[in-house]
Design a protein around this ligand. Structure first.
Ligand SMILES: [Zn+2]
Length: 155
């Protein structure tokens, strides 16, 4: 079935499709038409440079605490690089960071009612010359379409 036939057959799908594309058109009109799943690291305070330094201080403290009474402090530990530390967090406790859970406000792209939301970022047309971005909280349907081009099943 073609997209047109699918839209004709399901008024709810048609409404979703129109809402989604009207949001996308207004984002694209200001030059940010590339929607991608997830948010950049900078959106997560858990991944900030301050949090990294705090982690390193903790490692140094632990090492110093092992110094016996009256002995010289000897610290021979290897601190992780900022990137190593971030990668480890992203593979571990922040693995599911782009799943935002239940949110009471409507989907920011299609207007769907309260429900599960996922992080989506609108990138500029040429990310190599422009590092700005916009972030969105979107529903399961919008995420699936952005990620795989899957149309929601709204029947
Ligand atoms: Zn949506």
């Amino acid at each position: 079935m073609t997209l047109e036939e699918q839209l004709k057959e399901s008024p709810r799908l048609k409404r979703w499709y129109e809402e989604f594309h009207s949001s996308l058109a207004s984002i694209a009109s200001v030059g940010f038409g590339n929607l991608v799943p997830g948010w950049p690291d900078t959106k997560f305070s858990e991944l900030s440079h301050d949090a990294y330094l705090e982690h390193c201080r903790g490692l140094l403290d632990d090492a110093l605490n092992e110094t016996e009474d009256g002995k010289d402090a000897v610290v021979s530990i290897t601190l992780p690089t900022f990137k190593e530390w971030k990668d480890k967090l992203k593979e571990g406790e922040l693995q599911d960071r782009d799943n935002l859970g239940f949110i009471h406000s409507g989907c920011e792209l299609c207007g769907a009612l309260a429900g599960n939301r996922h992080a989506v970022t609108a990138l500029p047309d040429d990310p190599s010359t422009n590092s700005d971005y916009y972030t969105y909280e979107v529903c399961d349907d919008c995420l699936a379409f952005i990620a795989n081009g899957d149309l929601p099943n709204l029947d």
